[in-house]
Ligand binder design. Structure first.
Ligand SMILES: Cc1cc2nc3c(=O)[nH]c(=O)nc-3n(C[C@H](O)[C@H](O)[C@H](O)COP(=O)(O)O)c2cc1C
Length: 178
């Protein structure tokens, strides 16, 4: 997977909707070195969190290794962040919190559009929430400014086999007429 293809997919995903067209998403395409450094640094942060929570040392180390290996194994990785530069902040705490929530919703629309375009190129994708738990670490490793709020690490590559079907709840449990 090369950065040029991914940039083309990002270009398509830019059509995703966002409130007052704020387009609050930014994408960092990772070099191989940065990908490995990020996996290692986030693993350290995870270990610290697990230790603080009183987790068993051996189990915690195994979990960290699983996470790091998974990140390292991905042919390509990117980090999607929100930025607040074009949000409509008014100073009203409730309104401002909703602006931030809408920026996060927009990232969902952006990434899902990106994933569908990737699927058309036979690329598998996985959304990982880990950067949300260690934003400072992600900013440091990637050299992002403080106004970047990391939302997702996306791992991608040509799938060796079809993804596992995790099933879905029935449509009747989702839709109601009121
Ligand atoms: C906001 C969000 C965070 C997610 N975080 C993770 C994650 O940290 N690790 C992971 O393996 N999958 C993660 N996923 C993927 C979900 O686990 C996955 O979409 C779900 O289990 C359904 O499986 P499927 O998409 O393969 O059908 C995340 C998805 C979303 C939307």
């Amino acid at each position: 997977v090369d950065h040029e293809l991914v940039t083309r997919l990002v270009e398509g995903a830019l059509r995703a909707p966002s409130p007052h067209n704020s387009q609050p998403w930014r994408i960092a395409l990772l070099t191989r070195d940065t990908q490995l450094a990020l996996g290692a640094a986030m693993g350290q942060a995870l270990l610290q969190d697990l230790t603080t929570a009183g987790a068993d040392k051996v189990a915690a180390l195994a979990q960290v290794k699983r996470s790091r290996d998974r990140i390292a194994a991905a042919p390509l990785a990117l980090v999607c962040s929100t930025i607040h530069a074009r949000l409509n902040f008014s100073g009203d705490p409730n309104g401002d919190a909703l602006e931030v929530a809408m920026a996060v919703q927009s990232v969902g629309a952006f990434l899902q559009t990106f994933f569908l375009l990737a699927e058309c190129e036979l690329l598998g994708t996985c959304w990982m929430a880990a950067p949300m738990y260690c934003a400072d670490v992600v900013r440091r490793v990637l050299g992002l400014r403080g106004d970047h709020h990391p939302q997702a690490l996306v791992l991608m590559g040509y799938a060796a086999e079809p993804g596992r079907d995790r099933g879905r709840i029935a449509v009747e449990d989702v839709v109601s007429v009121r």
